[in-house]
Write a protein of this length. Structure first.
Lengths: 306, 521
């Protein structure tokens, strides 16, 4: 298990390298220039040249790339062009906010998906199933950009229960996390339902029923555990959607995370910040998937890690 | 068995909950307090140091914290601020006599040494300030005594007074180490106490600045990027003022709210359609005029803008001292447009279309305008393809002159010398903002004369000619002047809109109701 974990961690290096290279290439290839973004069109040409030199943007791209990788190897993501602060510090300041939002979104998704999936899977075709899956379809179909303001109107404006925007206590977290988690909840609930329906037809379920267990306890004792494995895999894979969802949610709810940092940095062509944020998102995704694989092995004895 | 099967799910829930709890600790909250006005803005200022911030948001906030020698008034005329009086011993020299007893928010007295320091720190090559270029006409600045500043320019330069609009910082203020630090001290009505970039910034009264009784204690600028959310914050009463950043579509909804007031006042922001003269078809004046006649600006202003604009005759709005509206205008006339295109040698085909196809570059936000122009031009047989680009890419293309047609706006124009920057044939990319490569020797002569003539009446005549020529020659199609639309809570009293969008009246606003301001100091 430990060896497996170490091997998987080592495998993160080529992934990081790939992400870093791709991000570097894309952001440098698109038109736009951080110096013009900062100094404006009317800047004196000598100032533009001098600033490009100071920022190292006058060096050949390959040289910049090698320097970037060199910094990366020692955990230095460079200095932000517009904030004039180390990128690592900028990300460290904002990453907790994004993780808080993503984790809360996940929590909402799990808390919604579990009962809904169970209700739907326990009695397919029944009223509970139709209701739960109706919710799931709505949940998947409504985009964040629409759901967010809708929840704000209802819970902040009309009912006055929750604050509209910003980061603060738990109350501030409710609306953004519900907006973020609803689509994932819908996907997970459908997945759990499907899995439950699938396991109901298995031999061991038939055995359980024939030895006298009630359908409900057969489902809870034997079915649910087996159904969970595929859901856990989906959770890992959906982490990407959840993280990219934070980009929009952070803009809507004025949430000070790295999603907003990234969007602002793209506008300013702040290369080091864009590269650092994308790398952080990608690495979070990969690490969550690794964690999912380990959890998967724990709950499914058929999977042997070696 | 039962314990184990639910463990995985529970564990996931626990992990997620623990992460939420862990990351939620120790975070600064944005909180409003009594006597505070909350203003929602769409982006962070790029710099809180007046020597660096050039974007509109930085200028709006910095002018509340820093004072300059002179300031433009509502009509774009420069009036004394820190200066008590101005003398002009020669066309290239201006002597500013400073007021005595002006203090920075830390109690220090503002003297000519601070003024000198501010200008020198911008001009120093190592400053890398984007404002360096705007001071290139400045030959020297001297402080013969603590209350006198002498500004000398190299040549007679009409807009020289613009040089005197830089916000003053105290001697020794270091160059900004980071774009996210709180502002240095200034002598304006407010001081900055907290700045959390991309979240909020808080200003409090400068205790040394004379405030009217009942003026607000502090201002909380909250950065809310989403326009719908800004509207919701107004409706909820969290936000007191949203200046020029509410979508027109939601104005009717907000106007139904009893607690809100919508102030719509004439603005000087100029929206235009720009042609690229490197495209040979657009170099034909008949094609440009046809396009001008084909655009139904009245309909756009009344429907899309919901009436919050005025049809423009040129770059300068009627409030400007140099405005002259006696120019050629192009009211909607598709028939005339078709005739002009026929004369230009582009007959309509069977489907009504002509051999005229242009690319309109825009941003996702500008796409709707693009579609409207596309439909209107199609009626006269011109095909417009819309190229939607993310803002930085779009702007890089426009600055490099890579477009056929585009629509942009000029914000905060005070001096007509802007015509020199945008229409002089030497100011094409990368040397200036003549992005459409417009070139007309007559225009060159006029804008040069306007720049070097110091006498105001003579300048006024020159710019009247410039405005006539621009309307005849059509380097731009003038679209509209954008109104300043501020939505505010009725508890704010005394908000005064400025045509250039300045928020200066925040210094004198009072609050009524339970949260009202405390007596001034």
């Amino acid at each position: 298990m430990i060896r497996y974990g170490l091997r998987r961690i080592l495998a993160l290096i080529p992934v990081a390298l790939g992400v870093a290279t791709l991000t570097f290439a894309i952001i440098h290839l698109v038109p736009g220039d951080p110096v013009t973004a900062m100094l404006g069109e009317t800047a004196a040409p000598t100032d533009v040249v001098e600033m490009r030199r100071q920022l190292g943007l006058d060096r050949p791209l390959l040289e910049q790339y090698v320097a970037y990788l060199g910094g990366l190897a020692v955990g230095d993501l460079g200095e932000s062009i517009s904030y004039r602060k180390p990128v690592v510090r900028l990300i460290a300041e904002r990453f907790p906010a994004t993780i808080e939002l993503a984790a809360a979104g996940m929590l909402v998704a799990l808390l919604l998906a579990f009962p809904l999936g169970l209700i739907a899977g326990a009695n397919p075709g029944g009223a509970g199933d139709i209701g739960a899956m109706g919710f799931a379809i709505v949940g998947i179909s409504v985009p964040h950009i629409y759901l967010g303001p809708l929840l704000m109107i209802l819970f902040s404006l009309d009912l006055r229960w929750l604050p509209l925007t910003g980061r603060g206590g738990i109350a501030h977290l409710v609306l953004p996390s519900v907006t973020l988690g609803t689509a994932l909840a819908a996907i997970l609930a459908r997945m759990l339902r499907q899995s439950l329906i699938r396991v109901r037809e298995s031999d061991y379920m038939r055995t359980a029923l024939s030895k006298g267990l009630s359908p409900r306890s057969a489902l809870f004792r034997h079915g649910l555990k087996n159904a969970l494995t595929s859901v856990v895999t989906i959770i890992g894979l959906q982490m990407g959607a959840l993280l990219s969802g934070t980009l929009i949610i952070e803009m809507i709810f004025s949430w000070p995370g790295i999603g907003r940092l990234l969007i602002t940095a793209i506008g300013a062509r702040d290369y080091p910040v864009v590269e650092g944020c994308v790398l952080t998102f990608a690495m979070t995704y990969v690490v969550v998937n690794l964690a999912t694989d380990l959890v998967y092995a724990m709950i499914d004895p058929r999977v042997r890690i070696s | 068995m039962r314990t184990r099967k639910t463990t995985a799910w529970l564990r996931l829930v626990q992990v997620a909950a623990a992460l939420v709890a862990l990351t939620g600790c120790g975070h600064n909250r944005v909180e409003s307090s009594p006597g505070t006005i909350q203003v929602d803005i769409e982006t962070s200022p790029t710099s809180t140091d007046p020597r660096f911030g050039t974007d509109a948001m930085s200028s709006r906030i910095n002018e509340l914290i820093f004072d300059s020698l002179v300031k433009p008034d509502r009509n774009g005329q420069f009036v004394e601020r820190l200066a008590q009086s101005i003398e002009h011993p020669s066309p290239t020299r201006a002597v500013y006599h400073l007021n005595h007893g002006v203090r920075f928010s830390d109690g220090r007295e503002l003297t000519a040494r601070d003024v000198l320091f501010t200008y020198n720190s911008i001009r120093a090559p190592e400053s890398m300030s984007p404002k360096r270029a705007s001071l290139e006409e400045l030959k020297s600045i001297e402080a013969p005594d603590d209350y006198t500043v002498v500004i000398t320019v190299a040549h007679p330069y009409a807009p020289a007074v613009e040089i005197a609009t830089e916000g003053i910082v105290p001697v020794g203020t270091p160059l900004p180490a980071g774009g996210s630090g709180a502002a240095p001290v200034g002598s304006g009505p407010f001081k900055m106490v907290t700045y959390s970039r991309d979240e909020f910034l808080r200003l409090e009264r400068n205790p040394y600045y004379p405030h009217p009784p009942g003026a607000a204690q502090s201002i909380l600028f909250k950065i809310v990027p989403d326009p719908t959310v800004r509207a919701l914050e107004l409706a909820e009463g969290v936000c007191d003022l949203s200046p020029n950043n509410i979508q027109f579509d939601v104005l009717p909804w907000l106007s139904a709210d009893q607690s809100l007031e919508i102030s719509s006042t004439p603005g000087s922001t100029y929206r235009y359609l720009s042609f690229n003269f490197r495209n040979p078809q657009l170099r034909d004046i008949r094609v440009r005029r046809a396009i001008a006649y084909a655009i139904d600006r009245n309909t756009i202003v009344s429907s899309v803008l919901r009436g919050t604009g005025r049809i423009a005759t040129g770059m300068l709005a009627p409030e400007s001292w140099a405005y002259d509206g006696n120019v050629t205008t192009y009211s909607y006339d598709p028939e005339k447009a078709r005739q002009l295109l026929d004369q230009a040698g582009y007959p309509a085909g069977k489907d009504g279309m002509r051999r005229l196809r242009f690319e309109f570059k825009t941003t996702p936000e500008g796409a709707r305008d693009g579609e409207i122009f596309q439909a209107m031009l199609q009626r006269v047989g011109i095909e417009l393809t819309i190229r939607k680009l993310e803002f930085a890419t779009y702007y890089a293309d426009i600055q490099a002159g890579n477009f056929d047609l585009t629509s942009l706006q000029w914000v905060g124009i005070t001096d007509p010398n802007q015509y020199f920057r945008i229409f002089d044939s030497n100011k094409t990319p990368p040397h200036g903002e003549n992005r459409g490569y417009y070139s007309n020797p007559e225009m060159d002569r006029l804008v040069e004369a306007g720049k070097t003539t110091v006498d105001t009446e003579a300048r006024k005549k020159i710019y009247a000619e410039v405005q006539r020529l621009a309307a005849d020659d059509l380097p731009y199609v003038s679209l509209w002047w954008v109104d300043n639309v501020a939505v505010m809570n009725r508890r704010l009293v005394g908000f005064e809109a400025y045509p250039n969008g300045s928020l200066r009246s925040l210094a004198t606003l009072t609050l009524i109701g339970p949260d009202g301001g405390e007596p001034s100091q």
